[in-house]
Design a protein around this ligand. Structure first.
Ligand code: C2E
Ligand code: CA
Ligand code: CA
Ligand code: CA
Length: 279
């Protein structure tokens, strides 16, 4: 039994060190990718529930490594946050998404809002507002066509400081969305004090709508609370017609999800714009 035990320990030990070195390899690749801006963005539409039109899009980062292949953001964003690389990566995402939106506007398509994920570390930087301002100026995009997606956590930490920061961003003219809403522990009363434009209702609630009364209640409550506070509602991860029917019945403003489109490359997204796609 002893031998078996130590043998097991060795295997276990090896697999941990394999995992560690794997992470170190990816970390090294991530430095290279950041230095070379070797990322791409995909775009996923948000559909207006009244008109069926595409009114907004979320920029989602993609990393295809020549040897490793596709590495999902769920794997490398946490590593980018740990190493601080999220700052140059985030700045690149901001710039590229704004640049792309400006290109589409200049081609004469109906203007849409570009929604951009902002890491808490980016938001916390003292120069964040300056970076946003400088990017918009450099790219020549009007701020009203940008929405910054921040997570609920930001509403929980350094509340007074963050309210000031959000107000400054509002003054700049960009929109603010709370991403994955409902998964954090923020008190709803905070949100009355936060200058927020939209709540993105987390996918987990939308996914359970058809089989859980509880999820139905949560979604309906978020939507009516948003409405009462003058905040727009966006349903994330809508995959089925039943889910769509429910959120429409609750008068949700916008929806995003595979039912309409997966995130797609800029060329394919531009096709949707050029054909004035309606859902
Ligand atoms: P998120 O911000 O909540 O983004 C939505 C994620 O849900 C995306 O995954 C999207 O592809 C996926 N999704 C959209 N509709 C559906 C649906 O109907 N069903 C299902 N099952 N999934 C759907 P993705 O692109 O893998 O991104 C994962 C996360 O990585 C994002 O979650 C976000 O937290 C982070 N991320 C992505 N791009 C960036 C970025 O540029 N900067 C930062 N800081 N984080 C990013
Ligand atoms: Ca998001
Ligand atoms: Ca989300
Ligand atoms: Ca999420």
């Amino acid at each position: 039994a002893k031998a078996k035990g130590s043998g097991y320990y060795q295997v276990y030990n090896k697999s941990i060190s394999r995992q560690l070195s794997e992470e170190m390899v990816i970390e090294k690749y991530l430095y290279d990718a950041t230095a070379n801006e070797a990322f791409a963005l995909e775009y996923q539409p948000f559909v207006d529930m009244k008109t069926g039109e595409i009114v907004e899009t979320e920029a989602l980062i993609r990393w295809y490594h020549p040897e490793k292949g596709f590495i999902p953001p769920s794997q490398f964003i946490p590593l980018a946050e740990k190493t601080g690389l999220i700052i140059p990566i985030g700045n690149w995402v901001l710039w590229e998404a704004c640049r792309q939106n400006k290109v589409w506007q200049d081609k004469g398509y109906k203007p849409i809002t570009m929604s951009i994920n902002i890491s808490a570390l980016q938001f916390a930087r003292e120069d964040f507002i300056e970076v946003v301002k400088a990017t918009l100026k450099e790219v020549g995009l009007a701020p009203q066509y940008v929405a910054l997606e921040i997570t609920e956590g930001i509403a929980m930490e350094n509340i007074e400081e963050n309210i000031v920061k959000l107000r400054q961003l509002k003054e700049l003219g960009v929109k603010i969305s709370i991403d994955d809403f409902g998964t954090g522990f923020s008190s709803l009363s905070y949100f009355a004090r936060f200058p927020i434009d939209s709540l993105k209702i987390d996918r987990s609630f939308i996914q359970n709508i058809t089989n859980s009364r509880q999820s139905q209640t949560i979604v309906a409550t978020i939507i009516s609370m948003g409405r009462a506070l003058g905040i727009e509602n966006i349903a994330e991860g809508v995959e089925t017609k039943e889910q769509l029917a429910f959120i429409k019945g609750e008068s949700c403003h916008k929806a995003q999800g595979y039912l309409f489109s997966k995130p797609i490359n800029p060329e394919d997204f531009e096709k949707l714009l050029s054909e004035n796609k309606r859902y």
